[in-house]
Design a protein around this ligand. Structure first.
Ligand SMILES: *Cc1c(COP(=O)(O)O)cnc(C)c1O
Length: 398
């Protein structure tokens, strides 16, 4: 093949759409938030795709998120950066199910992604697409794992990455970001403060901002979790999905995937109950859900050792709350000490060494049952979003 030749793939969006106003924009240049300041979603020609993109076409495809190429935005095969992300195992957890008193429990083990967390899915797509659309340097504020994932995919793409994280980010994650060649800046503050530093760098140096939902493609990578659940459950969706929520990209992404799968004719209008789990020391979405609000206010004094959940405000707050309500789900907070306790229970019962965020979702199930939101007859998917190895040395804050 002649050098520089573009090999077109089956992927590609038709346009972008503002999640708040519904206004549409072309999708083939770098775009951040919509003019309304809200996230943009990539849209596809699902009506045309429905005829040829069926579950049976997936059978012999690679075991990575790129198996869903028709509903992913990257067009040029040379820009599909891959480190083997996605298609993580959905593990049956019968002992944990007995312990929880639930009919059927599965663990979606996202700790098995290339950098040990599900951030790889989002950053794989965001970096691939940024490269395709001509970005020359990338930047990200992170609570930790998104920094690792950006560093990894930036390295694989040959693009420089600037990462800004709180100085108390777990040491294994800092070591990883440095080893992957990113420029790392530590800040005495929270992810929101890191975001301000990144924005200044973007304005000054022309870096491309990969912040959660501030570009349209991380959510496209995360949505593949929804497609995977459908495939791995042999063509059905579970009754309940319990998800540790920070910025909410995964929950918003799966909700988008279900909508796409309905338009493709794969599923009907049924949906799993979607549950958000947050830390008691940083629970803006739980507070908004309990108050019946459509948006969340910033959480002051955020504290939790589950660094992925130390997110005091989310630009996609209204999308998270919409999904929780439309699905008949809900939101609940758990203390760090409960997360740690359930990391041990889950580990001993299943063989999965979960991140605190994974412990949090297990800890949430008894609470959700008490609230009458999860039924003993339910089939429940627990998201372990990261590997426990990345948090070694961190201790619960409450
Ligand atoms: C980032 C992160 C979360 C939160 O994910 P969102 O999609 O931002 O809600 C949960 N767990 C881990 C391990 C994370 O790194």
């Amino acid at each position: 093949m002649p050098q520089g030749m573009t090999v077109r793939t089956r992927g590609g969006a038709t346009h972008l759409e503002c999640t708040a106003t519904g206004e549409t924009y072309e999708s083939e240049s770098l775009r951040g938030l919509s003019p309304a300041g809200k996230p943009l979603f990539a849209r596809y020609d699902l009506d045309s795709l429905a005829a040829e993109f069926t579950p049976s076409t997936l059978t012999n495809r690679p075991a990575s998120l790129w198996r869903y190429e028709e509903v992913l935005p990257v067009r040029d095969a040379a820009c599909r950066i891959s480190l083997g992300e996605g298609f993580t195992p959905l593990l049956a957890a019968p002992s944990l199910a007995d312990r929880l008193g639930v009919e059927r429990v599965w663990i979606k083990d996202e700790g098995q992604n290339p950098t040990g967390s599900f951030k790889d899915r989002g950053l794989c797509l965001a970096v691939s697409r940024a490269k395709e659309l001509g970005a020359t340097a990338l930047a990200i504020p992170s609570a930790g794992n998104a920094g690792s994932a950006s560093a990894a995919y930036g390295a694989a793409a040959g693009l420089p990455v600037h990462v800004v994280v709180p100085k108390d980010t777990p040491a294994p994650i800092l070591a990883e970001i440095r080893a992957l060649g990113a420029d790392l800046q530590l800040l005495d503050g929270l992810i929101s403060d890191c975001g301000r530093v990144v924005r200044a760098g973007c304005d000054e140096h022309g870096w491309w901002d990969l912040s959660t939902l501030k570009e349209p493609y991380r959510v496209e990578g995360k949505k593949t979790m929804g497609y995977e659940l459908f495939e791995q459950l042999a063509g059905r969706l579970p009754d309940a999905i319990v998800y540790p929520t920070g910025g909410g990209t995964g929950l918003i992404g799966m909700w988008k995937a279900f909508e796409e799968m309905e338009a493709l004719g794969w599923i009907g209008s049924e949906r799993p109950k979607m549950f958000t789990v947050q830390a008691a020391g940083c629970a803006p979405m739980v507070r908004a859900w309990e108050a019946g609000d459509t948006h969340a206010t910033t959480w002051e004094g955020a504290r939790t050792y589950a660094s992925g959940l130390r997110v005091p405000g989310a630009v996609g707050d209204f999308l998270i709350l919409q999904a929780l309500r439309a699905s008949g789900g809900g939101a609940v907070a758990v203390r760090d000490s409960e997360m740690a306790e359930w990391v041990h229970i889950m580990g001993a019962a299943t063989g999965v060494f979960a991140a605190p965020e994974g412990g949090a979702v297990a800890a949430a199930v008894p609470k959700l049952m008490e609230m009458g939101l999860v039924d003993p007859a339910d089939e429940v998917v627990l998201f372990n979003t990261g590997s426990g190895l990345k948090y070694v040395g961190m201790t619960p804050t409450d």
